[in-house]
Design a protein around this ligand. Structure first.
Ligand code: GLN
Length: 560
């Protein structure tokens, strides 16, 4: 009889401070095991009471990462997908809100009749059951990596830590591994690295019955053997399992650094797995290209949350991936839409090679975005508009090309003469805000002869969405009569998904979020072609007109 399939578990916790990069660490471990031939899935357990981050302000939470199935999830899911090149689903992001929601529903139904419903065992049982869900599915992983949100010591993550402690008992010590990510700060006045915060944080973990097997120590530079030995001694972790997670110039280098320190070997040994070395050749090549680009291009991004880069995480990463395809470092120039509104586009954007308007909500900053788009359209600067960015592109076109001066979006004003962007029919009457937008993957059909068709190389695509408003079909004829190309629509032709401006080197605006599907080994076609167009634009700027043909020929050769 065949051996029963065993799913092993790696639990990743964080200590000392937040924002140490647990998501990158968990993704890097996942990648290394995947490259050793294992089937891996990554899960994120978030201790907050929201059912999902969909209703949270980006300042609280950063970007909301939308999956194919329409679930709105933590941005770490984006890292998992980008590193492992796989698509996840709702079950991969669990929150306290979801857990309580289902327990309370069951309690009201009478499922616990007679019992007092409590954090232990009911909440912990539910948490463990969700950790085991991938192992129960048909597509059983060899390893499930569970990242616990928050920092050890937070009151709200206690049930999560208790659940993973119990998992080790129930699944067996050899099938479970605890990895703890901490900070080893350098104190300049003392000229020393300090291990005390790590010691405290490990003590906190041990207090709840968890002894970490591996420590990932974030630091600004390499740690000496004596520091590692000290950490090893005080934290009861073998010296070779004290791994240094030094600041890296690119997050994609992190798995390679972990591999150099044998992290994947340590994991395999713990699980008693004998596996070939990971095949990292392709990954190494990509990281080399990120680190040593042949050229640089400047892309301006005009948005509302420009001071908060986490709000645009996937866009930033999509540019890293796309940059590799053009052998270019993409320098992102962040400009606040408010500044553009007051100071004009030229002042801030005169030297960019491309412009992007990201998605967003709310009226503040919209006029600055529309002005940026006018600048890109008139000066033939490559342009990519995403979701609200597409709405603004349609408003700009309606105002400045079609002459509808008061064109605007119904999202911001109800009493409009020309609502060129309107509420989608199925959004009418929707009153609850959580999880009610048009969310997730929908198909789109692309017209022949468009930039988008050329970029994708196919006419049928599927992309992820998160919106309530759409191009108002009443204005389709007027927009197209004035030259706007409706380059992509839903298969039933009821919803415009892509618009393009002709007589322009590259002007594409999309209703969906292409950034959510870009992966390092598989850059998104629109980002890839947008960056290519920006490189072309830069070359044209640098070369006098008569030399232009010759130079773009050369560029094309370089790129092929
Ligand atoms: N606020 C717009 C809508 O709801 C755009 C959303 C977005 O950019 N993700 O349709």
């Amino acid at each position: 009889m065949a051996e029963p399939h065993i799913t092993r578990y790696i639990f990743v916790t964080g200590g000392v401070v937040s924002a140490l990069g647990k998501g990158i660490a968990a993704s890097s471990i996942g990648l290394l095991l995947q490259k050793r031939g294992l089937k891996v899935t990554n899960m994120k357990f978030d201790p907050y009471l929201n059912v999902d981050p969909g209703t949270m302000n980006p300042f609280q939470h950063g970007e909301v990462f939308v999956l194919d199935d329409g679930s709105e999830t933590d941005l770490d899911l984006g890292h998992y997908e980008r590193f492992l090149n796989q698509s996840l689903d709702q079950g991969n992001n669990v929150t306290t809100g979801q857990v309580y929601n289902s327990i309370i529903t069951r309690e009201r139904r009478g499922d616990y009749l007679g019992a007092t419903v409590q954090v232990i065992p009911h909440v912990t049982e539910e948490l463990k059951s969700r950790m085991r869900a991938p192992a129960r599915s048909e597509d059983k992983p060899d390893v499930t990596i569970v990242e616990i949100g928050g920092t050890v010591g937070d009151i709200e993550s206690l049930p999560f830590l208790e659940a993973i402690r119990q998992m080790a008992l129930e699944e067996g010590q050899n099938n479970t591994l605890f990895i703890h990510l901490t900070l080893v700060p350098y104190i300049a006045t003392a000229g020393e690295f300090k291990t005390k915060p790590t010691q405290h944080s490990v003590r906190e973990l041990r207090g709840i019955g968890i002894q970490p097997h591996v420590l990932l120590c974030r630091s600004t530079s390499p740690l000496s053997d004596s520091i590692k030995q000290k950490i090893s001694l005080f934290c009861s972790v073998p010296t070779r399992s004290v791994i240094v997670a030094e600041d890296a110039s690119t997050i994609y280098d992190v798995p390679l650094r972990f591999h150099e320190q044998h992290l994947d070997q340590i994991v395999c040994e713990h699980f008693g797995m004998e596996l070939p070395e990971p095949d990292l050749i392709e990954w190494e090549k990509l990281v080399e290209r990120i680190k040593h680009p042949q050229r640089r291009v400047k892309i301006g991004i005009c948005g509302k949350y420009v001071k908060l880069r986490d709000a645009y995480k996937s866009i930033i990463e999509a540019f890293v991936h796309a940059g590799v395809s053009s052998d270019a470092q993409v320098d992102l120039i962040w400009v606040s839409s408010e500044d553009i509104k007051h100071g004009g586009a030229e002042k801030y954007l005169f030297d960019v090679d491309g412009l992007l308007i990201p998605g967003g909500f709310g009226e503040r900053g919209v006029e600055g975005k529309i002005e940026t788009i006018r600048y890109a359209r008139e000066n033939k600067i490559p342009f990519l508009g995403i979701c609200l960015g597409m709405h603004c592109a349609v408003i700009e076109f309606a105002r400045n090309v079609c002459g509808l001066e008061d064109a605007h979006s119904y999202e911001f004003y109800r009493d409009l003469k020309h609502a060129v962007i309107h509420l989608m029919a199925d959004q009418e009457g929707v009153t609850e805000l959580g999880g009610t937008m048009r969310l997730g993957a929908y198909p789109c059909i692309i017209k022949e002869g468009t930039h988008s068709r050329e970029a994708y190389g196919t006419s049928e695509i599927s992309e992820r969405h998160r919106h309530r408003f759409e191009l108002n079909n009443v204005y389709r004829e007027m927009l197209t009569d004035n030259g706007l190309v409706l380059a992509g629509t839903s298969p039933d032709d009821r919803l415009v998904e892509i618009v393009e401006v002709p007589d322009h080197p590259w002007f594409v605006a999309v209703q969906f979020h292409p950034e959510l599907k870009s992966r390092l080994i598989n850059p998104h076609p629109l980002f890839r072609e947008f960056v290519r167009a920006a490189v072309d634009f830069q070359t044209r700027k640098a070369v006098p007109a008569e030399k232009e043909d010759e130079s773009s020929d050369q560029l094309r050769k370089l790129n092929t």
